[in-house]
Design a binder for this molecule. Structure first.
Ligand code: NAD
Length: 347
């Protein structure tokens, strides 16, 4: 029996998470679900976005299914009480250093992409982003120069252990896909990137079946819109991954279709749609639950090591889309629940 911590969060989080739980439930996998508040909902209930009980449940569980957090009414709170601290706190406390974002275009959704249909159709890639290091976690400061000018300073740093462990995740992922890994850096300018490239080359020796190439991040950004079909797995540091993964997701159509995983050293993880709480459509039954449902599939594959039911969920989403089921973001009229019904019917 596996324990799944379900943290629905705010806005459309509870709506899409409910559909993902319905799909997991339908698979008869001996899963137990335990719900707890996170984000603004937790602030209202317990005066903190990540209450100790919620954190303890996430630590105890085999995996975490997360919805989304945030709403305009919390914008005035001090930083450490804002809903977003729930997800940042979970990443830190659960040591979730590897972010996996698969990006593929489901047949039938070509028109939803920002790219030409022929180019969009070829997208099937996985971005592996390091999540707990880089310039976001280096020293931050601001001050004044001797001339009295204001300056800001952020330190970019990776050590070889941090690089090697994310590289291993990416090589292993590539070995299980089409065997191609692209490492993205800015080694022509940054020392951090030069070390990154060295270490990735060293890790390559343990994965002889994977073909490794390197690309500067500016070129990678260009290639992602020019010909995204050339990529299989892309590995990058936190900053470059943040930018490239958002860019890649828009190439694949609606934000409502894209899942993600954040994993620790043992493969335990937190699984969530890449979208936020969408306050503009919350409570209206309009949200697309596919990203949450596909996040549940990733949970089965990565944390519970159940690839077959994960494949079944992904195939059911593809079949529902191919059968014409569409929420409003995809140009259709299905409600959140009707979209969940279509996936369940295909399952
Ligand atoms: P958002 O992703 O919530 O919404 C962006 C746009 O996409 C909106 O128009 C929304 O209606 C639409 N959209 C998003 N998900 C959809 C879905 N499943 N189906 C249909 N349409 C969907 O981003 P935002 O508006 O910038 O942020 C809203 C709130 O979410 C903010 O408080 C932000 O901080 C938070 N946020 C949270 C997370 C997270 O919990 N991991 C991630 C991003 C943003």
């Amino acid at each position: 029996m596996a324990l799944i911590a379900v943290l629905p969060g705010d806005g459309i989080g509870p709506e899409v998470t409910a559909e993902a739980v319905r799909v997991l439930d339908a698979l008869d996998l001996d899963l137990t679900f335990a719900h707890a508040p996170a984000g603004g909902a937790a602030y209202l209930a317990a005066a903190h976005p990540l209450p100790p009980e919620t954190l303890a449940l996430a630590q105890r569980a085999d995996a975490v299914l997360f919805g989304a957090v945030g709403a305009p009414e919390y914008d005035g709170l001090e930083r450490e009480l804002r809903p977003e601290q729930a997800i940042l706190g979970l990443r830190k406390r659960l040591k979730l250093f590897a972010n996996l974002r698969p990006v593929r275009l489901f047949p039938g959704l070509e028109d939803a992409s920002a790219l030409k249909p022929d180019i969009a159709r070829a997208i099937d890639l996985l971005i592996v982003r390091e999540l707990t290091g880089d310039i976001y976690f280096g020293e931050h400061s601001r001050g004044r120069t001797p001339d009295g000018l204001r300056y800001g300073r952020d330190v970019m740093q990776y050590d070889e252990a941090e690089i090697a462990r994310i590289a291993r995740i990416a090589f292993a992922a590539a070995a299980g896909r089409r065997g191609q890994l692209l490492s993205v850096d800015k080694a022509n300018v940054l020392e951090t990137s030069a070390v990154w490239r060295e270490v990735v080359n060293e890790v390559r020796r343990d994965f002889p079946g994977v073909q490794l190439t390197h690309m500067y991040v500016d070129n990678a950004a260009m290639q992602l819109v020019r010909d995204p079909g050339q990529f299989d797995v892309i590995v990058c540091g936190n900053l470059f991954g943040d930018i490239l993964s958002d860019q890649a997701s828009m190439c694949a159509g609606s934000i409502g279709m894209l899942p993600s995983a954040a994993l620790d050293e043992d493969g335990k993880g937190l699984f969530e749609p890449i979208h936020g709480s969408a306050p503009d459509i919350a409570g209206q039954g309009k949200a697309n639950p596919c990203a949450a449902i596909l996040s549940a599939a990733m949970l089965l594959r990565h944390s519970l090591r159940l690839p077959e039911p994960a494949d079944r969920i992904e195939a059911a989403v593809a079949a529902a889309i191919a059968g014409g089921a569409r929420t409003a973001d995809l140009g259709g009229t299905c409600s959140t629940q009707a979209m969940g019904d279509a996936v369940l019917a295909a399952l």
